[in-house]
Design a protein around this ligand. Structure first.
Ligand code: PLP
Length: 392
């Protein structure tokens, strides 16, 4: 039996999305820049997709630009805002995705910007008083704070951050890769300047994402070419990906309440089952066990280290796919877990659900965990042998 419980890494395609995409892989293969019938047919699809995404976010179509995914959108947002506004100060946090942290680091290496990391409390929440003090001390600031954390699920109070950004005339970029289609976000009501999203996190195709650029901003392109995406991003449009992204977002927004209820119930069921599975010393990272303060689909659990092997690897051998951190960074320790109070003798496992998971699967996962600990009782030393292996 194979169980996929790593939906923060990526999600399977929704059947409605597959149906939408297929014609663009077969008969509707035209290039949107071509002026003949084949091009016109798909150009209209890209236009419709842009309108649809904009409407779902309460934005306007000329504020949405399609990219190859969130990483590209993040690079464009951060580098573009710094260049356009001569920004010399960036505020971010130690638990942002590497796409954000690395882009800021590259900008820092080029010279001209200084980075401040907002204080985090012991559960990984940004301290908004500290953010305010940082903003007061630094005009011309870009704030980069994610909406929902991909490892521990913490949600940021984007509305509060956006109000501070407005009060201090700062630019606010938020990485919504884990929250788009899962959390309500009304761009007409929230002062967000720039935002990034990615289709494969909400049952759309990989290699398709978008950036929202509030229409009061003009930021320079990073990829130059034939003037596609209104000159914001050169390159022939990934038509099937764009059509799939728009459909996936439509389905995710349409079913948001039902999906939220389902994955919340699965997560709470997993918490209840772990409490009685016979393994002592299980804890939860960040806000991940809080129904209000975390993404409904992500549960980050700290387990005592089994005497041999790693839990994630043992679960994989049993056909259960979970993650030891973010599946988006290929090696190294989890910078997110490291930013939280240190737990040296723990193995950290991220379970992330989608609408396709079932309660039976949770039962199976917990039975597997109990079996692994029965066969490998808890390691007695205080040294973690797994902490540095787990993020991939
Ligand atoms: N930001 C967050 C929070 C993510 O979880 C991910 C992917 O895991 C990314 C950015 C990068 O997204 P993409 O795979 O679309 O480049």
């Amino acid at each position: 039996m194979e169980i996929y419980c790593d939906n923060a890494a990526t999600t399977p395609l929704d059947p409605e999305v597959i149906e939408t995409i297929l014609p663009f892989l077969i008969q509707n293969f035209g290039n949107p820049s071509s002026t003949h019938w084949a091009g016109r047919r798909v150009k209209e699809v890209v236009n419709q997709a842009r309108k649809s995404v904009a409407k779902l976010l309460n934005a306007s179509p000329d504020e949405i630009f399609f990219t190859s995914g969130a990483t590209e959108a993040i690079n464009l947002a951060i580098s573009g805002a710094i260049a356009a506004y001569d920004i010399d100060h960036v505020i971010t946090s130690r638990i942002e995705h590497k796409a954000v942290l690395q882009t800021i680091l590259q900008q820092e290496k080029k010279g001209g910007i200084k980075t401040s990391f907002v204080k985090l409390d012991e559960r990984g929440n940004a301290d908004l008083h500290d953010l305010e003090n940082l903003l007061r001390a630094n005009p011309r600031t870009l704030i980069c704070l994610m909406h929902g954390n991909n490892e521990i699920g913490n949600l940021t109070y984007v509305r509060a951050v956006s109000s501070l950004a407005r009060d201090f005339d700062a630019i606010f970029f938020t990485d919504t890769t884990q929250t788009i289609g899962k959390q309500q976000l009304d761009l007409g009501e929230t002062h967000i300047d720039l935002l990034a999203g990615s289709a494969h996190k909400f049952h759309g195709p990989k290699g398709a994402g978008f950036i929202y650029i509030n229409k009061k901003h003009t930021i320079p392109a990073q990829i130059f070419g034939g003037g596609q995406e209104h000159g914001q991003r050169g390159g022939t449009e990934h038509v099937s990906g764009i059509a799939g992204l728009a459909k996936a977002l439509e389905v995710a927004c349409r079913d948001m309440a039902v999906n939220h209820e389902k994955v919340s119930a699965l997560k709470q069921y997993l918490i209840r089952k772990l409490a009685i599975c016979g393994v002592d010393g299980i804890g939860y990272n960040g806000e991940s066990s809080s129904p209000e303060r975390s993404l409904a689909n992500i549960l980050s659990v700290s387990f005592p280290c089994p005497a041999t092997g790693s839990l994630v690897k043992s679960l994989d051998q049993l056909g259960i796919a979970v993650s030891g951190g973010s599946a988006c960074s290929s090696q190294g320790s989890s910078h997110v877990i490291s930013a939280l109070p240190h737990q040296p003798d723990k193995e950290h496992v991220r379970f992330s659900f989608s609408k396709f998971n079932t309660f039976d699967e949770v039962d199976h996962i917990v039975q597997a965990i109990a079996g692994i600990y029965r066969a490998n009782p808890v390691q007695k030393t205080n040294q973690s042998r797994f902490h540095f292996e787990l993020t991939h």
